[in-house]
Design a protein around this ligand. Structure first.
Ligand code: KG4
Ligand code: ZN
Length: 339
């Protein structure tokens, strides 16, 4: 089946043409980062307006690159939630209109499902597997037994890992979003230079907490001026990254031991992180589990990833009614209600 997929949950307007939930014919991502950087974070109202401006050209470009016409599609998969309501509405309304005009099915997909299955566009993973999803809004451990079959094992109780990266970067005076910048500077720093906390490391749960780590960075910066570029900044970035990676590794290891999972998927924007990719690789060697981390271009928000669950659901006849609406919050465990 050939799907048009659309993603507008945050600050990327994205459309893709994907065949069989596997083959990307085109994947266009128009980022609004430069606009939001001025404000130090995503401004929801501006995001909606930019999505509105970009959605039609982005879809047109996806069709042009894939060399297909609108009549080629078997369905339209679109991010239904979670995310910014106004932003979601733009992509969702576009998808609904296209599906209605072409009389083809609409498939509303959970954004995190898209992240979990993004790697399937490169190599499918056998079920069951453990998924660590680390993005700007999520830090979750899921046990995945199939499409739509997710058990939440642990989650952040405050900030997400990406959020902690972005907020710490802001504290250090870097532009939004600072995750990739911290990662780059960390590579030239000493990871043991600054003593930072590892929240919830030994609490016996699979939950995460990153807001204390961000506060520790703030307290450090207030006492020790950190000039960018410079050794002190590199050291703080490396120490911060080390603390995040320590916690993510410890909890992932505990989840693998608890579930007996033989395969591990790491997904979401923070899965681009070089430190995380290397500690997860060491962990997989240590525990003898197979590790799957998508290429960086598939870790961040994109529409191709939405087509993977979309194609599966369509193949099972699971489609969304045209009366469906977006949802800013959506628990992964309740996806079962779709069946
Ligand atoms: O998945 P994503 O594109 O959007 C959400 O669904 O949130 O993730 C964006 C997050 C941002 O917080 C960004 O700073 C972070 O991923 N990120 C990184 C890196 N690249 C992106 N964090 C750490 N290291 C990176 N290399
Ligand atoms: Zn995302």
């Amino acid at each position: 089946m050939l799907l048009l997929s659309i993603e507008t949950s945050c600050d990327e307007t994205a459309a893709a043409v994907v065949r069989g939930g596997r083959e990307i014919l085109s994947s266009v991502v128009s980022s609004q980062i430069a606009i939001h950087a001025e404000y130090g974070g995503v401004v929801p109202e501006i995001a909606s307006r930019k999505h509105l401006e970009s959605i039609t050209p982005v879809i047109k470009e996806a069709l042009h690159i894939a060399e297909v016409g609108m009549d080629a599609f078997d369905g339209v998969a679109v991010t239904r939630g979670p995310g910014l309501s106004g932003a979601l509405l733009v992509g969702f309304s576009a998808a609904k209109s296209i599906a209605a005009a072409l009389r083809i099915p609409l498939i509303g997909v959970h954004h995190i499902e898209g992240h979990i299955f993004a790697g399937f566009l490169e190599k499918p993973v056998a079920f069951p597997f453990l998924a660590l999803v680390v993005s700007g809004g999520h830090t979750h451990l899921y046990y995945v037994e199939g499409f739509g079959q997710y058990s939440t094992l642990g989650r952040t109780i405050d900030d997400a890992a990406g959020e902690a990266y972005d907020k710490s970067a802001k504290i250090m005076g870097m532009p939004y979003p600072g995750g990739a910048v911290i990662d780059k500077m960390a590579q030239s720093g000493n990871p043991d230079a600054v003593k930072l906390p590892r929240p919830l490391l030994h609490d016996g749960t699979l939950n995460f907490s990153f807001s204390g780590l961000k506060t520790a960075v703030l307290q450090y910066v207030m006492k020790n001026p950190v000039i960018i570029p410079g050794k002190a900044a590199n050291d703080l970035c490396a120490s911060f990254q080390n603390a995040v990676c320590d916690v993510l590794t410890a909890k992932t290891e505990a989840a693998i031991r608890q579930t007996g999972a033989e395969r591990l998927v790491v997904a979401g924007g923070v899965a681009c992180n070089s430190g995380l990719r290397s500690v997860m690789s060491l962990l997989s060697d240590k525990l003898g589990v197979e590790l799957y981390i998508p290429s960086p271009s598939l870790c961040g928000d994109n529409a191709a990833m939405i087509a993977v669950p979309g194609d599966y659901y369509l193949s099972q006849g699971i489609v969304s009614p045209n009366t469906l609406d977006v949802t800013a919050t959506w628990n992964m465990d309740s996806i079962k209600e779709m069946f």
